[in-house]
Design a protein around this ligand. Structure first.
Ligand code: AMP
Ligand code: GLY
Length: 441
């Protein structure tokens, strides 16, 4: 098939690599010139992924059989609907179903309407005054979220980015004043405490095929400190669980996902693509942090790396609404670590040169995926987003982490990474956290 991959990050790099290895011809459309994706492609168009008319006319011109959408912005812009309107099968939900991610308020209301468990206490506002009154009246620790898309950087949590109720008030004012999150209002929630995990499942709107669970690291710096980011790195384990999770936690999360897909169907917003649930294991059980309507980035790298068999068939059959096949996974741990520009999370250093010795990295057994970088005339430069990721597989996560450490020597430039992801110390901390959350310790 002729497959168009939309998006220019690490997630799309591993997707394109996989679809190509299944024997397809890859075409790509991305806003930055990602050298990894470009190399895999028969043709690449550099254009905004949200320019729906341009993407559709490119797809038609290239006689594309199947389009796979990586990022959330084109989903929100209705790209799937427009491609399907031209008879092109598309992996990724239509705009209405993508609301489950593009409007956090919608996800909360859907769970409530259908009696699906997992919501924390929450309230939704479209005016500053009401939101401020709520903050003044509440005595809970709160989380303030722009309801719309912010690239994973819009959520602020009391006790972390918000030092006081006054900070929470100021942030609410800022969101409304500047229309942060595309002007979709604000969700204010109870702050949940526990360990987060990501469950992704492919769905045709009815059946769900789950991937192993992975855990992202949202905070910029080691020890989970610093600003929230798009995700600094992630790990997964051979049994598809995490050191702090039990099988019944996974079942609780799957139940929430299954009920949500069914509820979307009942709302006439059939969801075809990959649903990603960001959950938190708390002392009160599994709670939903948010849904995303696409593969997670970085966690897509962990799970695609261990998926066996023909991924194209699975994605295509889901997109056609007749999901078939089974996903099987290698029983291996994976660790993925992003390298990001200096200042990332606050004021990222854009346009600075990075050097990557691909051969050297290849010799360590780690894989390199290019992210939001630009490549012109052999020179690689940073954008304001994550630059590239290293991924390794091994029996134990700390061995994968050590492989990445060795591969990191072949990278130079003004970029940084979190070295604590997947280490023995981290895994032990997570195990102990799990005992406490399950009430064992
Ligand atoms: P989101 O963009 O909704 O994934 O939120 C980004 C991050 O903010 C999450 O990964 C959590 O670390 C944190 N967060 C979001 N909602 C809550 C909540 N209700 N309680 C505690 N932390 C949260
Ligand atoms: N890993 C977080 C995200 O994909 O949004």
């Amino acid at each position: 098939m002729r497959i168009l991959v939309i998006g220019g990050g690490c997630r799309e790099h591993i997707i394109a690599e996989r679809l190509k290895s299944d024997g397809n011809a890859i075409y790509s459309l991305m806003k930055n010139r990602n050298p990894g994706i470009e190399r895999l492609s028969k043709d690449a168009l550099i254009a905004p992924e949200t320019d729906v008319d341009r993407v559709v006319s490119y797809a038609v011109g290239q006689k594309i059989d199947f389009a796979v959408i990586g990022p959330e912005d084109p989903l929100e812009a209705g790209l799937s609907d427009s491609l399907r309107g031209k008879g092109i099968t598309c992996f990724g939900p239509g705009r209405d179903a993508a609301d489950i991610e593009s409007q956090k308020s919608y996800a909360r209301m859907l769970l409530e309407k259908y009696g699906i468990p997992g919501n924390p206490e929450y309230a939704i506002f479209d005016s500053t005054e009401d939101a401020l009154k709520y903050i003044d009246r509440s005595d809970m620790e709160l989380v303030v979220k722009p309801s719309g898309l912010t690239g994973g950087k819009g959520v602020k949590v009391m006790g972390e980015q918000l030092k006081s109720r006054e900070d929470a008030r100021d942030y609410v004012k800022e969101i409304f004043q500047h229309g942060i999150g595309h002007g979709h209002g604000v969700v204010i929630e109870e702050k949940l405490k526990g360990e987060e995990f990501s469950l992704q499942a492919i769905t045709d709107g009815r059946r769900l095929l789950p991937f192993p669970i992975a855990q992202d690291h949202k905070r910029a710096f080691e020890g989970d400190t610093g600003p929230n980011t798009g995700g600094m790195g992630s790990y997964s384990m051979p049994d598809g669980l995490l050191p702090f999770l039990k099988e019944n936690d996974r079942e609780s999360a799957m139940y929430i996902m299954q009920r949500t897909v069914a509820a979307l169907g009942m709302e006439n917003r059939e969801f075809r693509g990959v649903l990603y649930g960001g959950f938190m294991l708390t002392r009160e059980g599994v709670k939903l942090i948010e849904f995303n309507a696409r593969f997670a980035d970085p966690e897509s790298m962990n799970v695609i790396a261990v998926a066996r068999g023909n991924m194209t068939d699975v994605l295509y059959s889901a997109a056609e609404g007749r999901l078939s096949g089974k996903l099987e996974f290698e029983k291996m741990s994976t660790v993925c670590r992003y390298y990001v520009p200096h200042g990332y999370g606050e004021k990222p250093l854009k346009g600075s040169e990075i050097k990557v010795d691909e051969k050297g990295i290849g010799g360590t057994g780690a894989r390199l995926y290019y992210g939001s970088v630009n490549s012109e005339g052999g020179k690689l430069t940073t954008t304001t987003s994550r630059s590239f990721a290293l991924l390794a597989k091994s029996k134990q996560p700390w061995d994968a982490s050590a492989m990445i450490e060795r591969a990191g020597q072949f990278i130079s430039g003004l970029v940084y990474t979190r070295k604590d992801i997947g280490t023995r110390e981290e895994m032990e901390r997570k195990r102990i956290a799990g005992l406490a959350l399950h009430g064992v310790a």
